[in-house]
Design a protein around this ligand. Structure first.
Ligand code: 4AD
Ligand code: MG
Length: 481
């Protein structure tokens, strides 16, 4: 099929040239002007119809949502806001769209409504911009790691381990749900199951990533991960994509540097390569801000926010330092936080993270050296502090409007320390023999982190709900599409 893309025609100077364009009708005004979009860009091209010489039957079928093919010539536009129109010579309907039933009308729909028709929302300008941005960010991530000589590893989606030890896993089984075989002691008999053992969808590719890093030196994974956590928030998905680099012979400082470099690289890639999308989303956000009361409006526009992030070093401080700041902060003293910080050891909630980033430092923050008790088993144990408090070489990167965008650590490379910790946490070592082998045979310091890909897209797009930056969001009670 020969056709030209709207994107390449919008700025052409080749007037009078004959072209064929295909796309979906956005609007049809006065039986004369059709706006079509073919997905190649956010904007539409206008088709000018000679309605006196077009059969009425055909005109009736040019409805919002219909797919059409137009042969015509490029002419200077009569309207404002565009340079080029196509003067139609012939129009063919490729696929009708019943205007009574097609849910996308030529007006602004709420994001909530569009979520209910996620299979059609790609056809809106907003989602065109968001998913082009998503594509570009994925590409930029691969480019960043490729330029630095990292090996892209595909880690398994089905595993028998719980990388985070948080127990938030989706089971994978072929057992008959209504008739689960049980052993004499009443426990499920997995010998009948496909893998002859209990398995689940992966929560993180890290453990396998560590094995590969201890051979290739530096690797990254980029794949879907699954969490059966019952978090009905604008920041959580049950299925999300994670980018997980892992580097041998690297400590926590190296890890922080890599993370900051990567975030800045991909944000600047987006600013450079997604101008149209980011400008559109910037304006969208400005419009949205106007509907808010003055004191709730954001001080920076989306583009200013992205540039600000590029031009400033991330603030680095320890958990202990952060707790001191939070304890004496106004919202804590006035009991405006939902969770009041009253002692060392408390896990930070997103309200605290956002206070640090948005109110206190007003820039991205890297928090390090968290209490061992609130972090995963594999994190490297620091020497206890003067007061005997135990911390681990963890790092979380907190972003404005997002909270935690990255979680990572230096890994515990000392076998005795690692097995002791697993014992304390009741993590079965015999099932993790392969993981422990890296510590038995040529162990070395190594570090890595996980970037929540959708949280990155949230930040760069200025969207506010994570369900709007993944095509088919999975969250509690929702797996419709
Ligand atoms: O902090 P998390 O749980 O860390 C890990 O899984 C480590 N194994 C990563 C590593 O060191 N290789 O998750 C990492 C990031 C979080 O910072 C967050 O951005 C994102 O993944 N994330 C989620 N994103 C969307 N929905 C959820 N339910 C998420 N849970 C974590
Ligand atoms: Mg985390």
């Amino acid at each position: 099929i020969k056709r030209e893309k709207v994107k390449s025609l919008l700025n052409t100077n080749e007037f009078d040239r004959e072209v064929t364009v295909m796309g979906w009708v956005r609007t049809f005004r006065n039986n004369q002007f059709i706006a079509i979009n073919d997905g190649s860009c956010i904007g539409n091209i206008q088709i000018v119809v000679d309605f006196n010489n077009t059969p009425e039957e055909l005109l009736k079928r040019i409805t919002t949502g219909a797919a059409i093919s137009v042969k015509g010539t490029i002419v200077e536009s009569l309207g404002k806001g565009q340079r080029v129109d196509i003067k139609a010579e012939s129009i063919e309907i490729l696929g009708d769209s019943d205007p009574e039933k097609f849910p996308l009308q030529p007006k602004k729909h709420s994001l909530e409504f569009l979520r209910e028709i996620a299979h059609l929302r790609f056809r809106t300008n907003t989602f065109n911009a968001v998913f082009k941005l998503r594509h570009a960010l994925a590409f930029a991530i691969h480019q960043f790691y490729n330029e630095r000589g990292f090996v892209y590893m595909h880690t398994p989606v089905i595993t028998a381990s719980d990388a985070e030890g948080a127990g938030e896993m989706f089971k994978v089984t072929t057992l008959d749900f209504d008739n689960v075989p049980r052993a004499e002691d009443g426990k499920v008999d997995y010998s009948q199951d496909f893998f002859a053992r209990a398995t689940n969808l992966t929560v993180s590719g890290q453990l396998e990533g560590e094995l590969a890093a201890m051979a290739f030196g530096q690797i990254y994974t980029f794949g879907p991960t699954f969490r059966a956590e019952n978090s009905n928030t604008a920041r959580h998905l049950a299925e999300f994509w994670m980018v997980e680099p892992e580097v041998a012979f690297a400590d926590l400082d190296d890890n922080m540097q890599l993370a900051e470099d990567m975030l800045k690289y991909v944000i600047s890639y987006a600013l450079e390569h997604c101008k149209e999308e980011i400008e559109f989303l910037n304006n969208r956000l400005l419009e949205e801000e106007k509907t808010k009361p003055q004191n709730e409006r954001s001080e920076l526009s989306l583009i200013e926010k992205l540039n600000f992030c590029l031009n400033n070093d991330f603030e680095r401080l320890t958990y202990t330092e952060a707790i001191a700041i939070l304890k004496s902060s106004k919202p804590n003293q006035k009991k405006q936080f939902k969770y009041i910080i009253d002692e060392w050891g408390a896990d930070l909630q997103s309200e605290h993270e956002r206070f640090l980033v948005e109110k206190h430092f007003k820039k991205p923050v890297i928090l390090t050296d968290y209490p061992a008790d609130i972090k995963s088993f594999y994190m490297r144990q620091n020497e206890p502090d003067a007061q005997g408090r135990k911390t681990v070489a963890a790092m979380d990167i907190l972003f404005p409007g997002i909270g935690e965008i990255i979680g990572g650590s230096q890994r515990e490379e000392r076998l005795d320390r690692l097995t002791q910790r697993m014992e304390d946490l009741d993590i079965p070592q015999d099932e993790m023999w392969w993981y422990l082998d890296t510590r038995r045979f040529g162990s070395a310091p190594h570090s890595g982190f996980g970037l929540g890909f959708e949280r990155l897209i949230l930040f760069v797009s200025g969207m506010t709900n994570i369900r709007d930056v993944i095509a088919f969001p999975r969250f509690p009670k929702n797996a419709e599409f």
